[in-house]
Design a protein around this ligand. Sequence first.
Ligand code: SF4
Length: 343
Amino acid sequence: MVKRDSSYIELFDESIRGLFKDALRISLNDPGMALFLRRTIKWQAQAARVRAAWEEKGLHVPAFMIASITHRCNLQCSGCYARAHHRPVEEEMNNAELRSVVAEASELGISIVLLAGGEPLARPEILNITRDFPRIIFPLFTNGLLLDSAAIVKLKGQRNVIPVISMEGEETETDARRGKGVYRRLQGVIADLHGERIFFGTSITVTQRNFDLVTDERFIGGLFARGCRLFFFIDYVPVEEGTDDLVLTEAQRAQEAEAILSLRANFPGLFVAFPGGEEEFGGCLAAGRGFVHLSPEGRVEPCPFSLLISLRGDRTGERVDVRRSEVKRCTKQLIWRIEPSHR
Ligand code: SF4
């Protein structure tokens, strides 16, 4: 058995607690949301205790799972890592398998499941699964264009699902990557979410080109005024040849951390950088230290970019497969097998 340093776990759990406490602080003027967040803080603490109990038994369970539930998407953005996978739809987990994996993750104490894709709402039935796990928080990373009135009605009844809409900046930057007219359509979606008092966020892929814009208080202030309260800054990972010049420079990475601190101080919103806190937590949080990634086919992988890593589960080259309710066994195997080499 590989000996691991687990001293960061308490710190990581504390940072999750802090995030929900901040969410409560900025939601006090919305009694329904505040009540939900008070319950969530309690449930997240219970989940942390479940994880701690597994840890005692020698099984490390991460707090997060990123579930890419489909490769399908209604857009064709440049540099899309999901499209780079080229997997047939038939290989995707069916709804029963997906539900089973979420149930087992919940049983293990995984308390936050980030839904991603492709476009997760290309499988709208996901909102029937999330409805049945009210104690799990599901940030739903979406391009936003499938957030129609039916989806918004469902989201109104599921505070545990938090839509997080992807954009690259203002209209020029967003449409340049996502297609003409996307930005304007998103403004309509954002207005609908705000009008229905749904807690929502945005996810911004940060590149060398949009760095100055998206870390500027005027840009964030504009989104804030339109109701956005959660901001993910995702550092660009090059999956397309010839795009290395979009990757943030070391100086920008340092500035990004400072900019986020400043934004936190000036806006009552939640600001999350990904990957972030690697130094604070003693290394990369992927590969089970903080989260695992579930592929649409049901494979447990170190992170959403593991296409590049070409995960093989162990030294013998056997692929770890989580299909058909094997998340518990596979989580255990995955973490022990991969963590040391991925740090
Ligand atoms: S919306 Fe997301 S998944 Fe769809 S093409 Fe764009 S980057 Fe890829």
